[in-house]
Structures are given as C-alpha cells and as structure tokens.
Design a protein around this ligand. Sequence first.
Ligand code: HEM
Length: 252
Amino acid sequence: MKDLAGAVICALVGLPSADRAELARAFAAGTAMTSMVRLGRPRLTPSQVARCRSVLADLTAPAVRAYADGDPSTVPGRMRELGLTESEALGAVAAFVLTGTETLVSYVPRLIALAIDTGWLARLSLDRTRLDDVVNEGLRFTVPSPVMLRSVARDAFVGGKRVKAGERVVIATISCAKTLGPFDPDRPHSPALRQLWFGAGAHFCLGMPLAYAEIRTVLETLLGLDGLSIVERRVARRVLIPAYERLVVRCG
Ligand code: HEM
C-alpha cells in the first residue's frame, strides 16, 4: 500500500518515481511529522517546526523542477499555469504527500482484514455489486482520519458551547460515525452521516475520488485470488492514524 499510494502521489505531483526503499523512507519521514501532532497541544515546538520544514524541503525539492517545467499534467505545473507562486505549489505538494498516503496506508489493510474476518471478502467474490457498500461501511467503521482539528479564531458559540479565541477544537468524527454500531455493509447508509470520514465544508477531502480509485483497485485485485487468509498482523504503535504495521495475507 505504501508503494501504491506513494507511486500515485509521485506521479500526481511530478516527483520522479521512486524505488521501494525511497518510498518507504519518504513515508517514514511523513509519519514522523504527523506523529508529532498531539490532540491537547495546539502548536508544535520551534524545534519540531524546524525539523518538519527540513523534512518537507527534502520531500518536495523535486517538485521545484516540476513547477519550473510547467507541465500541466502535474499539480505544480497546473498551479503555475493558474498563476500561483512556487511556494504555494510546494505547499500543495506537501499537503498531497502527507494526506494522500498515510490515510490509505492505514485504511486499505484495515478494510482487507475486516473483509476477510467477517466473511465479506468471500461474499464479494460471488457478488461484486456490493463492493462499494463494503468500502463505504469500512470507511464508516474505521474512520481513517479519526479526528479533525481546528483553532478558534475568535470567541463564539458552536452548537451551544462557548469557545474562546486560541482554544483547540477536536472534532471527533470517529465518535459520530461509530454510534451506528458494528461493521455491517447490509445496514442502509445513514444520510445523516453523509461522508463525514472525508470531512465537511470548505476543507472536504480533495482526494476522495483518487482514494476510491486506489481502494477499489486493491480490493478488485484481491477478489481475483483464491483462498485468502491472514497469517500475521501487528498493530502500529505511536502513530497519529491507527494502522497495521504489518498485515500478511496468504493466497491459496
Ligand atoms: C481513505 C482515504 C482518505 C480519507 C479518509 C481522507 C480524509 C480526509 C479528511 C477527513 C479531510 C478533512 C480534514 C479537515 O477538515 O481537517 C481531508 C482533507 C484533505 N484530503 Fe483527504 N482523505 C483520504 C485520502 C486522500 C487522498 C488520496 C488525497 C490525495 C491527494 C487526499 C487529499 C486531501 C487534501 C489535499 C485535503 C485538504 C483539503 C483542504 O483543506 O481544503 N486525501 N481528507
């Protein structure tokens, strides 16, 4: 999943395609940054900021070339065409690298484990029309991006609660989604939840269609294989987004 999500992002943002070791190194650098985020602490320390800046400068350096080349099939090239500056383009590249990999690296193995554990993978082999129900219910049940963080710009009331300027608000999407109960793709999708796991409003996930394309690609590939079983699983520790550190699936 790291290879797939990493390669897709590289192609999208105009970074040269990297080998497995480089993708793994870039992924580790990204999770080292996101793991610095603490729910109760609204800011990074100056040394953390310096570390993040240097890691991001390293990760996005090749995008400077993509911006200079101006190829509109890449994000930096398109942004240049639209009149945005190089630093704005690099900001977008950094956002894509961070948002477009860890979420999928977390979600897809969790979805596969859920589908195997609950017998849904076998059911899908017989009836692929239910694939989207399984994918959407898996997103609802796992909520790969479990919370959204906001800072309060000025004193206000939100949903009847008083919030003060400078405070941090943690929107626990996972709590909202989990109220529906256990993983059950047969349950009709609740319109009230919309697709809260992709956010809401102005910051709704920009990569949702890409995420679906990658998730479906992996699931459809697995459906073409016989007798899948999980032979090893290990949960990742000290990460912002819950994930398996290792999930080994055997075929046949
Ligand atoms: C299962 C996979 C994914 C999930 C669950 C997910 C979830 C989310 C959520 C909840 C937000 C809103 C965060 C907030 O408001 O604080 C968001 C924003 C965003 N996502 Fe995703 N995402 C996924 C995959 C991707 C992919 C593959 C990309 C590809 C580039 C991507 C790009 C973005 C970007 C750029 C934003 C920021 C949008 C903005 O602030 O205007 N996401 N995502």
